[in-house]
Design a protein around this ligand. Structure first.
Ligand code: FCB
Length: 475
């Protein structure tokens, strides 16, 4: 393997999620998801924005794929809405819903774009939430596995890259601790238990994938923010180790080793928060080993020791869509602080390309597994000029620095399969409507949700086109 360049078959990609792009929220037999319900609760999202129409990808997927083709994109990561396949979470397959994804996948393949299919990007069928509290029940394992199996059968051989759960650490912490995502619970004990069932569900679909002898590979997408100590005060260095254990190894070790990290479990036991693990669970976790690890990278996490009278777990740091710089952490252990050495975006997210290289190296030395970067990107208030152009040089700069960091990580020996930027077109931000844009393709849509939905190529579209043509050789 040549370590001084991007591999020839490197997947230069871009990503989206069903709820954020599709719209058509109640078409062709689709059921209601927890997000369809949540956005209707007053005050939950910016000006009540929702995914009813989103950017109408459901009807415009051909136009979107044509743009990808023009750009030269090698891979497109998208998610399937569980509620299109099973409107009630299980039972009879809704063929019309499945057909949409068959059409999309065929269109991608016809245009030589590798589909990367995410099974779950947060839009749980509402019925399963009502019936047994969704992720808070063991029953989710069977239902999720059945749903995944339908997709494995439908796309065997056509889809080679599969993502099991998108950002389990985020949908669990935001859903059960910060209460900013459905089901808007704030209870750390319940959070860790729901997380345990999510681990089982994840392992179960990966095991099933392998049992079915599926061609290609599968892995979860983890939102990894590598942890730094603010300085070399040993107390702070230990705090950073603890944060890495509780905020990162706590998921990645389970995925790759089938075991929770010992020190993190000790912290949780001391606080009475550890999940109940039943006989057989550890066997299942160990039997669902991913083929690659998906990483969503946005920023790092700088911490100091948090004295016992410090802030509580109620504000644990994650990379949600709201500002994530508030001081937070476990009392007696760590709390997050601002990193004085890095710049910040207008949405107050730290810009730290070297953090990506550091994170990739940590993953490689601990797990020795190929990595697919499944998300990375810059959220900004893009402006359409009178000539219908978008001069997003700030995004080009951001992405260029991250691509460079990946290249450096490859020279360090990291096995990187590909890079999917977030996002392809502009799309609905879960909580922030259309103010915060990430795409290469601008979409005319705003909080009134009656925009023209016209697509316009941003300057970054052409920048990435060139990167792909040159296979990253000039970054
Ligand atoms: C990640 C999500 C993705 C998007 C980006 C900005 O947490 O996976 O859907 O919202 O953040």
């Amino acid at each position: 393997k040549q370590l001084d360049q991007f591999p020839k078959d490197f997947l230069w990609g871009s990503a989206s999620a069903a709820y954020q792009v599709e719209g058509a929220w109640n078409e062709a037999g689709k059921g209601i998801s927890v997000w369809d319900e949540f956005v209707r609760i007053p005050g939950k999202t910016f000006k009540g924005t929702n995914g009813d129409v989103a950017v109408d990808h459901y009807h415009r997927y051909k136009e979107d794929v044509a743009l990808m083709k023009e750009q030269g994109l090698k891979a497109y990561r998208f998610s399937v809405a569980w509620t299109r396949i099973f409107p009630n979470g299980r039972g009879e397959i809704n063929q019309a819903g499945l057909q949409f994804y068959i059409n999309l996948v065929d269109e991608l393949i016809k245009n030589q774009i590798e589909p990367v299919l995410t099974l779950y990007h947060w839009d749980l069928p509402q019925v399963l939430q009502d019936e047994y509290q969704g992720w808070e029940s063991r029953k989710i394992v069977e239902d999720f596995t059945n749903y995944a199996t339908v997709l494995f059968e439908a796309f065997r051989g056509k889809v080679k890259y599969w993502v099991s759960l998108n950002e389990q650490n985020i949908f669990i912490s935001h859903g059960y601790l910060m209460a900013s995502h459905p089901p808007a619970v704030s209870d750390p004990k319940r959070m860790y238990q729901a997380n345990h069932y999510a681990n089982l569900a994840n392992a179960s679909v990966i095991k099933k994938f392998h049992e079915m002898g599926m061609p290609g590979g599968i892995g979860p997408s983890f939102a990894y923010g590598p942890n730094y100590a603010l300085d070399s005060d040993p107390k702070n260095v230990l705090a950073a180790e603890d944060s890495e254990d509780l905020n990162a190894h706590f998921w990645m070790d389970v995925y790759l080793f089938g075991k929770y990290p010992i020190a993190a479990m000790k912290m949780l036991n001391e606080q009475g928060l550890a999940p109940t693990i039943e006989v057989g669970d550890e066997e299942l976790l160990a039997a669902g080993k991913p083929d690659f690890l998906g990483i969503n990278y946005y920023q790092t996490n700088t911490v100091v020791f948090n004295p016992l009278d410090g802030v509580g777990l109620g504000k644990m740091n994650t990379t949600g869509e709201k500002g994530s710089t508030e001081e937070s952490g476990l009392p007696g252990v760590f709390k997050r602080v601002e990193n004085p050495f890095v710049e910040r975006t207008n949405w107050d997210w730290e810009i730290d390309p070297e953090g990506l290289r550091i994170g990739l190296r940590r993953i490689t030395s601990r797990y020795r597994i190929p990595v697919l970067i499944t998300e990375n990107g810059l959220g900004e208030y893009d402006k359409l000029t009178d000539d219908k152009e978008i001069h997003d040089d700030y995004r080009i700069d951001y992405l260029n620095r991250h691509v460079h960091a990946i290249r450096e990580a490859i020279t360090d020996g990291v096995d990187v399969l590909g890079y999917c930027t977030w996002s392809y077109t502009d799309l609905l931000s879960w909580l922030n409507g259309y103010q915060k844009r990430y795409g290469f393709v601008y979409v005319e849509q705003d909080e009134k949700q009656d925009g023209s939905l016209n697509r316009y190529k941003k300057d970054s579209f052409y920048w990435y086109q060139k990167i792909i043509q040159e296979n990253g050789s000039n970054v």
